[in-house]
Design a protein around this ligand. Sequence first.
Ligand code: PLP
Length: 393
Amino acid sequence: MFINENFFALNDNYLFTEIERRVNEFKRKNPDKSVIKLGIGDVSRPIPKIIVNEIKKAADEMADIKTFRGYGPETGYDFLKSTIIENEYHNLNIDISEIFISDGIAADIGNILELFAQNNTVAICDPVYPEYRDTNMMNGRKIFFMPCVAENNFVPQLPNEKIDLIYICNPNNPTGTSLNKSQMQKIVDYAVENNSVILYDGAYEKFICSDNVPHSVYELDNAKKCAIEFRSFSKSAGFTGIRCGYTIVPNDLICNKSHVSLNKLWNRRQSTKTNGVSYIIQRAAQAVYQAKKECAANIKYYMDNVKVIYNGLKEAGYEVYGGIDAPYIWLKIPNEFSGWQWFDMWLEKIGVVGTPGIGFGKSGEQYFRLSSFGNKENTLEAINRIKNFALQN
Ligand SMILES: Cc1ncc(COP(=O)(O)O)c(C=O)c1O
């Protein structure tokens, strides 16, 4: 038996474990001190009642011989696909055959790599959601990192080498920054010219507030010839625990070397390796569109928090990025501190926890991520502590 030795090149996934370890150690030594976590990337608002009622209704259907359902279609029920197309892509001409329902996009983002040969070159923004890097490292692919830092306005620069797979997370986790339509169009033009594929992660699409940021990559000219889009209900509707997302693989996306349709390959892969997402969960996802108002209110709750963090840090005199189209703030930390030193200082002096940017890539070294997914009271308290601390130092 031989194992995939590419796994040896991966770091231990220690970032959040290490944060937990340091916080627990601090709490053990200081049981009376309160600690506020602005580090998490998980939602905290409960699921709207309309959605929960649909889950109960769908569960009841399973108990009735007339409405019981067994295996569903591997790529998802048409009722959910057409609801998504109607609500998310109504003037973008996405066909029902182009949409694939899944149990969240973390799986799709990793699994899609099965369609691509190992010798493809890959470009990934740095810093970014670590899954893109790790899944390609597991396959032993050559990765070009595209630094996204304040000096280049967090806009990735494609390398001179020809790139086959380009990852874009827009709006970006962890920087909370976004690419506008003209910046995205340049990347699409590059991909069309070079027969590259863009893997476009729109996990934070519902947080977009700026008019000129695309909600879908397919708003850009020719994107159907070169882009796969991933969208999730996790952050948009609080489904991190419920689990549902979808991937769009356009029929126009053809590999010019082997003249093969990526849609057909993905369909073949999914139909072989999955029996689909639970009927009950797909009814829950459909109900997200009945609960648009409630979901939007939850997003507003987080975006109000993000404004509190952004404005508070600015008032405290810090250099701050992100937070306009995303629930994340990217704080520039002074050069004399490392991310972990900053982490320890805030934890010990004011009991506020964030995430060192280095956990998301080398170019995150001088930054610190703060998330707005916590509750309002804690967010206000954390910002007061940060401001007081900054004034005293
Ligand atoms: C950028 C990005 N993509 C994908 C995911 C995973 O989404 P899902 O919960 O649908 O698997 C996350 C989760 O934090 C994320 O931040």
